[in-house]
Design a protein around this ligand. Structure first.
Ligand code: ZN
Length: 109
């Protein structure tokens, strides 16, 4: 899969699910955004920004993968977006396991 195909597919999903995303963003924030503002922001993001938005850890805010190496390799190796999400999910699971291992008193599973 080419990077621009992935980015456009992810952008399409974000626009389709805009109402859902806006609801969850507004839940945790005092600055409310409208669905239209969200869509405008999605449309003005570059391809790299769209892809990276899926790769930031919601727990610690760190990027889960290094964009230039891991993500490019995964994108080229993936035949479909479902396959890409599968690889990303594995990386996220590995990353969040690391969190638990880093906390005192929590046994690493
Ligand atoms: Zn994290």
């Amino acid at each position: 899969m080419e990077k621009h195909e992935l980015a456009e597919e992810l952008r399409k999903r974000q626009l389709e699910k805009a109402e859902e995303f806006v609801r969850s963003i507004n839940e945790g924030s005092s600055d409310k955004i409208s669905v239209q503002q969200f869509k405008d922001a999605v449309n003005s993001c570059s391809e790299d920004e769209i892809i990276m938005s899926y790769l930031i850890c919601s727990g610690c805010g760190a990027p889960i993968l290094s964009y230039e190496t891991d993500v490019s390799v995964m994108t080229i190796a993936s035949k479909s977006i479902e396959e890409w999400f599968g690889k990303i999910d594995e990386a996220i699971a590995e990353h969040t396991n690391g969190h638990q291992g880093g906390q005192e008193g929590v046994d690493r599973v």
